[in-house]
Write a protein that binds this ligand. Sequence first.
Ligand SMILES: *[C@@H]1O[C@H](CO)[C@@H](O)[C@H](O)[C@H]1NC(C)=O
Ligand SMILES: *[C@@H]1O[C@H](CO)[C@@H](O)[C@H](O)[C@H]1NC(C)=O
Ligand SMILES: *[C@@H]1O[C@H](CO)[C@@H](O)[C@H](O)[C@H]1NC(C)=O
Ligand SMILES: *[C@@H]1O[C@H](CO)[C@@H](O)[C@H](O)[C@H]1NC(C)=O
Ligand SMILES: *[C@@H]1O[C@H](CO)[C@@H](O)[C@H](O)[C@H]1NC(C)=O
Ligand SMILES: [Zn+2]
Length: 293
Amino acid sequence: MGGLEQVWNGRFLVLLLLMPTVLGWGPEGHYTTCKIAEGYLGKDAVAAVKDLLPASAEGDLASLCSWPDDVRKTPQYRWSADLHFADTPDFKCNYEYCRDCHDFYGNKDRCVTAAIQNYTRQLIKSESKYNLTEALIFLSHFVGDAHQPLHMGFVGDLGGNIIKLNWYDEQTNLHRVWDDKIIESALKKFYGSDLKVMIQAIQRKITNNWSDDITFWEQCSNNSIACPDRYASESISLACKYAYINATRGSTLGDDYFISGLPVVEKRLAQGGVRLAAILNRIFARKIRIAQA
Ligand SMILES: *[C@@H]1O[C@H](CO)[C@@H](O)[C@H](O)[C@H]1NC(C)=O
Ligand SMILES: *[C@@H]1O[C@H](CO)[C@@H](O)[C@H](O)[C@H]1NC(C)=O
Ligand SMILES: *[C@@H]1O[C@H](CO)[C@@H](O)[C@H](O)[C@H]1NC(C)=O
Ligand SMILES: *[C@@H]1O[C@H](CO)[C@@H](O)[C@H](O)[C@H]1NC(C)=O
Ligand SMILES: *[C@@H]1O[C@H](CO)[C@@H](O)[C@H](O)[C@H]1NC(C)=O
Ligand SMILES: [Zn+2]
């Protein structure tokens, strides 16, 4: 079975942190989102997460949050590759579930927002036919992905993947800039290349700058447990307002773009983390209430 077993090994995690990915925040982004979520989990969710994770993870959800990116290219998990994103029509700058949530071949309900609902449902129902360890890890990963603006990017450029350009003096593509490059540059320039320091800085911003927004971030209308369509709508708006600006084929993105993009990236990592925690708290608090009824 490989994948998860290896990621559970701490040394492999270090390797993962150095590996480039094409879909989703890179390993640093997913680690950050899940680490922030850990700080907002209630007692019930902490216990449930610890129960579901393999013992070797020692309750640390963040250590496994990149696993879905690691396995999506393997034959056994190829079906999951379309669940990391949803493309939206070129220059529409909005997201609609019925229109946009499908895979490359047009099969309905194959996209990141459907996946978030899917794994939320599995965890609530707690049915033994599902592997709930995988459900928890997929959910945690996909909530992160839904917050990466270019995961709702234009279909014509595959969410920025085919826009080849330069990040400072390095050749890459626009999608990677938002998955990895902005985070990597921030780590180097501001955080002494230490992910822990960056996470602490984001945690401080949540407490000092965004504390009034947290309740709003956490809420879903109609008492829903998760509201991925909202995260997706925000993402494509941000993609149009920030990610696609000046990012044409062959262009070079540097300081101006970095300074404008970094606050967006940090806020999306924060929102993803706070919302993942809210979702897990709602799932597991509710399960315990049902069990006691
Ligand atoms: C729902 O989860 C099951 C089990 O992992 C998977 O086979 C199915 O493809 C998932 N569907 C979506 C839309 O996430
Ligand atoms: C659930 O999935 C994990 C990761 O793929 C695997 O290691 C574990 O054996 C699975 N559990 C069951 C009961 O199949
Ligand atoms: C966050 O709050 C601190 C302290 O209140 C302030 O100095 C800083 O400028 C704020 N940062 C942002 C990005 O708003
Ligand atoms: C909430 O419920 C109302 C009334 O049932 C419905 O019209 C609306 O579409 C729902 N909103 C969401 C986001 O599901
Ligand atoms: C976009 O390009 C214009 C013209 O070069 C520049 O003034 C502006 O700062 C750039 N914006 C970003 C976000 O890179
Ligand atoms: Zn992903």
